[in-house]
Structure formats: structure tokens, C-alpha cells
Design a protein around this ligand. Sequence first.
Ligand code: HEC
Length: 165
Amino acid sequence: MKRGKIQLWGVGAAGLLVAGVLIWWFVAEIPDTRLGNPATESVQSLESTQIEIGRTTYQANCAQCHGANAEGQPFWQQRNTDGTLKPPPHDETGHTWHHSDGLLFRIVRDGGTIYETPGFKSSMPAFGDRLSSEEIKAVITYFKSLWGPEIRSSQAEVSQRDPFP
Ligand code: HEC
């Protein structure tokens, strides 16, 4: 082959490479939702609506005890002198995330009485007569939005055996 021809092939190959990189870059830049997965998109927007409803419900009903940002009361791990508990956090620093969706739902609906033993009186009120099932689920979905991916996936695993009713 002549020298000139080899150079031409070289330029052609380089051109193809550049075009390939550009196409790859362009496709990679498009967010997933724009590639059109309507199912994922609607699940995402359903969840963000639920989080918003949950946040509002939380502020109106739970924040006075569990804290404006679900941080719980200071020294929540120490019992009060009468043996009752302080409201714990619902963010990652608490243990709300150890419980399944089903149990969390029952605690909020029926209150802490489900925890009561002869020597222990719960201070967690029941909300079953004030909040709808949807609002209770929304509040729990709001807590979950405060957790990181690892905690969320471990809680999701626990919830498989005991999901929301
Ligand atoms: C009057 C104060 C008070 C209010 C209001 C309140 N809680 Fe509680 N909550 C507590 C206390 C205290 C506990 C600790 C357990 C106990 O005493 O039974 C608790 C425990 C919980 C738990 C169990 C957490 C765990 O880690 O085991 C959940 C879940 C919970 N509350 C959710 C809520 C939600 C959701 C709301 C609002 C709809 C709410 N609480 C409103 C006082 C309150």
C-alpha cells in the first residue's frame, strides 16, 4: 500500500472513533427518565408525592415529640425516672429502620400499647382514629427518605415478610 493511502485509512479510523465517543457521551448524558421508562417514572413521582404528604402529616402530628427533623429527643436512650421512654429518632440514628413496614404501620395506627408490659407504660399515642391508612404509609415513606441506600435496602428485606397491610 502507498503511504498516502495508509494515512487516509488512519484519518478514517480516527474519525470513526471520535464519532463513537460522541454518540456514547450523548446517550450517557440523557437521564434515564428521558429514555422513556414510564413505569419507573410514575413510581418515582408517586413516591415523591407520598413523601410530601408524609412530611406535612409528620410536622402536624409527630414533630412535637419526635423532633422537627425526626432527630428524636436528646438522651432518648435513657429512660425517664418513671420508666417511660422518650420519643426516639426516626432518622438513621434511631432504630425505626430495624422494623418492617407492617410493624411500623401497626405502631402508628395502634400506638405503643402493643409494647406494654405490666411494668412499662408507652407514651406513643395511637393515630388510627386521626390518620388514614394512606397518611400512615406516607409518614413511614417520609422516614425512609431520610435513610441511606444500605439501610433502606436492609429494611426493605425485613419488610418482605411483613409488608404494609
Ligand atoms: C406524645 C409524644 C408522641 C407523639 C405525638 C408521637 N410519638 Fe411516636 N413515640 C413516642 C414515644 C415516647 C415512643 C417510644 C416508645 C414508647 O414509649 O412506646 C415512640 C415510638 C414511636 C415508634 C417506634 C420507633 C422504634 O424505633 O421502635 C414509631 C414508629 C413512632 N413513634 C412513630 C410516630 C409517628 C409516625 C407519629 C406521628 C403520626 C408519632 N410517633 C407521634 C412519642 C410520640
